[in-house]
Ligand binder design. Sequence first.
Ligand code: ADP
Ligand code: MG
Length: 259
Amino acid sequence: MTCFKPPSRPVIEWDCVTFAYGEAVAVEDVSLTIRAGELAAILGPNGSGKSTLIRLALGLLRPLSGAVRLFGRDAVDFADWDRVGYMPQVIAGTWRDFPITVAETVAHGAYRGISPLALFHRSERPEVVEALEAVGMASFRGRRLSQLSVGQQQRVLLARALVRQPELIVLDEPAAGIDVSGEEQLYAVLRDLNRERNITIVIVSHDIGAMLREANTVACMNRTLVRHGPPHELTSAEIARLYGAPVDVLVHDALHEHR
Ligand code: ADP
Ligand code: MG
């Protein structure tokens, strides 16, 4: 039996949002709300406006029309960045020439305008160690970032996004460039942060199977919002239409194995 649960408060609201880069409309008339406690996936083919939607939510872009609110504030005016963790995409090889350690990378997430020299001292602070523990990377804290696998680097960047104890974490293509086991470890950490710490998580991904398994709401983008709802309501046919025929097989497999 299901009991009535009142909807939780909105964390990100896109309200009739349109955005264009010059003449090219990237996001058209999108209305979508992500609520506290959700693990929300944004799916869609390349160029469908997923990253643009995220940039709008983080106030990095201003909508052409409509409104974007983050924790109830206009996203462009939002200033309370301690509440939001953002995990950028890692491109393999990015850290090759950086002599920075794991702990220093995470401490950088806690940096609030003091001298960068102080980073060294901050890197042993409890919140840094705790964030690394949350992603299972505490024992790596003295290692150089360049010596880690891409999957491990991703988890360190997630720790950096976590260090200020945000209420919302936004990840744009977090699984790009990592292998299946690295991906599974990353999703396990995200699942735990969502369920145990009640952190709202928004993931942009092209990994449809993983998102159908992990997310509790799925938004399908194709410049406009094609679909929004729980993953089990999404049919293979709808996803195939979103991406094109070859994905149908993949989705079928995912639904078959995990549902
Ligand atoms: P996705 O993340 O789904 O791949 P994006 O939001 O990055 O899609 O891009 C949506 C559309 O906007 C694409 O057609 C893309 O080429 C275009 N676009 C993205 N960023 C820029 C930019 N900085 N300047 C011009 N066009 C852009
Ligand atoms: Mg993108």
